[in-house]
Design a binder for this molecule. Structure first.
Ligand code: FPP
Length: 248
């Protein structure tokens, strides 16, 4: 059997992984550091995780970097997270482009500083023909907000109620054309969805680990993929083995 790493069979590698990168603040607190130091360590880890994602052969990666609720954090933390996004684009764009990563943004851009909006749009444009990895950055993103906007746009487009289907709603979301996440990883042990991809996650498999995001390394990423490879995805139906037995 073809294997991409020591133990995960290639055909069981998820096509789309989404990550709630939680625990930066607690990581910093444990070390007596300011919260922003945790976000910086988290950013370093993100660089490693993106590289591993390409190596594992995952095609889509969606990361939750800033939620519509994160505006309620202390102003200096909000400012710091804006700065991190800017800095990541300034420093990493060339390397990501060289690696064949296509950058996309999901969420609302309009509340960001105009210069930052421009930077994001420029990064999207520069990388738009890359296809080794599609990296969706959820920044100023909220799942409910995404659905509300989709409904508003459908109504503006005059979509008649009987034409509203699962597929059509999906086409009105930020993630139009992107397969739903197969695996969602949440670090730092919280058992919450936190308004992340609430439509798209209908049948996603979850992997929750107590590890804080800055410490989520390649070995643990591999363990998450291994756990996914052993899941029996039934999409509300029964296992295929059970069906054969009952038909026999
Ligand atoms: C949650 O940890 C983390 C965030 C709100 C920010 C995640 C951002 C990064 C990892 C940096 C990468 C960013 C970009 C823009 C690419 P928390 O602060 O809620 O941790 P806590 O629950 O321990 O306080």
């Amino acid at each position: 059997m073809a294997e991409t790493s020591s133990t995960v069979p290639l055909e069981k590698i998820p096509q789309h992984v989404a990550i709630i990168m939680d625990g930066n603040g607690r990581w910093a607190l444990q070390r007596g550091l300011p919260r922003l130091a945790g976000h910086k360590a988290g950013t370093e880890n993100l660089r490693r995780v993106i590289r591993s994602t390409v190596e594992f052969g995952v095609k889509y990666l969606t990361i939750y970097a800033f939620s519509t609720e994160n505006w309620g954090r202390p102003p200096e933390e909000v400012k710091g997270l804006m700065y991190i996004l800017e800095d990541v684009i300034d420093r990493e764009l060339n390397e990501l482009h060289k690696e064949g990563v296509q950058l996309r943004h999901i969420g609302r851009l309009e509340r960001l500083a105009p210069s930052l909006q421009e930077k994001v749009l420029d990064a999207i444009d520069v990388t738009k023909n890359n296809d080794r990895l599609i990296l969706n950055i959820a920044f100023n993103y909220g799942g409910r907000d995404e659905i509300v906007q989709a409904i508003q746009r459908m109504m503006k487009d005059g979509v008649p109620p009987e034409k509203v289907t699962d597929e059509l709603v999906s086409q009105y979301l930020y993630t139009a054309g992107v397969p739903d996440p197969d695996l969602i990883i949440r670090t730092s042990g919280e058992l919450r969805v936190s308004n992340f991809l609430i439509w798209q996650a209908a049948y996603s498999e979850w992997y929750i680990t107590p590890t804080f995001w800055p410490d989520f390394d390649k070995d643990e990423y591999r363990r998450a993929l291994e756990a996914f490879a052993h899941r029996d995805r039934r999409y509300g139906k029964v296992a295929s083995g059970e069906l054969q037995e009952s038909n026999a």
